[in-house]
Design a protein around this ligand. Structure first.
Ligand SMILES: [Zn+2]
Length: 310
């Protein structure tokens, strides 16, 4: 079996932990729900119990380390959750210290979208490149930037908040304080909101809107067209900034790729000189991610393997 590490994906709903070998084979996995209502100490207790269960089953001797993906802003220097919009009760919580104290070993904490980007880089769509950007389309839009095979953190660990890039100067207000953030125009939530505005229906999921589009409904097609346009504006800028070879999208709305990709790619081609310049020789790739909701687990598990001496 050899060396393995444990990756944890702490979501607002699901708490999952997996043991993964250094060549990317998943050995074992534990999945449950996150006891958010019971508070951060209860979440840490569940997380520690899952990690210890995996360690007991597979043996402590070969365990290289533990990596944990958590939602929200994390201060990388202190391991404190600095801002989790959906669960403000966790703000200011010293997550890393509490886990290390109960577990009795060091852990690596990472933002969940950064962990997912690292997972795609290690075992997913980005296996053959060193640099990529991942956008995760969900309730909001998360972002992760991998540069030279490592997560780009910025000064406090808050880099990669790509969901709050402005695509419409006077667009919909966002919880972050800005208006017209791309996550208000292209997330799964935004698709439902546009469907309501266009009188397609109330409380529709991105899957429902996809079904309408499959049936040829003009409004549903227009929603995905607008979504693609917003994503294209952002990706054009990312290409202009980074000139990376690969930009990935993941999340619930991905089945609608064929409906939003044409306007996305048209927008990128129109707005990015860098993109057009790469078309002849080594085209910039814009693609669906490959690991789905497993990406965060792989990425979290990879973090200690990347930093530990072999
Ligand atoms: Zn915002």
């Amino acid at each position: 079996m050899g060396r393995y590490s444990i990756g944890v994906d702490m979501g607002g709903t699901n708490l999952r932990a997996a043991a993964i070998t250094e060549d990317g084979k998943m050995l074992d996995k534990i999945a449950g729900s996150t006891p958010i209502q019971a508070g951060p100490d209860a979440v840490v207790a569940d997380m520690v119990a899952s990690i210890q269960a995996l360690e007991t089953r597979l043996g402590a001797a070969e365990l290289a380390g533990v990596g944990i993906g958590v939602p929200g802003f994390i201060r990388m220097d202190t391991g404190v959750i600095a801002g989790w919009a959906q669960n403000p009760g966790f703000n200011g919580y010293p997550m890393r210290d509490r886990i290390e104290k109960s577990l009795g070993t060091k852990v690596i904490l990472e933002n969940d979208a950064n962990a997912a980007a690292m997972g795609e880089s290690w075992m997913g769509a980005g296996r053959d490149v060193e640099d990529l950007v991942l956008l995760t389309l969900g309730t909001g839009i998360g972002g992760g930037i991998i540069a030279g095979g490592r997560v780009l953190h910025g000064a406090q660990g808050m880099a990669g908040e790509l969901g709050h890039i402005t695509v419409s100067p006077n667009g919909y207000p966002c919880g972050c304080g800005n208006r017209g953030c791309v996550e208000k125009h292209a997330s799964a939530t935004a698709i439902g909101a546009m469907a309501r505005l266009m009188k397609l229906g109330d409380n529709l999921s991105s899957q429902d809107v996809f079904d309408f589009a499959e049936a040829g409904d003009d409004r549903a097609l227009a929603i995905f067209g607008a979504m693609g346009e917003s994503l294209g504006i952002v990706i054009a800028s990312l290409i202009n900034i980074f000139n990376f070879p690969l930009y990935l999208l993941s999340g619930g709305p991905l089945p609608a790729w064929k409906f939003f990709a044409p306007s996305l790619l048209a927008e990128v081609e129109r707005r990015s000189f860098t993109y057009r310049a790469t078309l002849g020789s080594a085209p910039t790739r814009i693609e669906p991610a490959q690991l789905g909701n497993q990406a965060g687990l792989y990425g979290a598990a990879y973090l200690p393997l990347q930093s530990a001496p072999r």
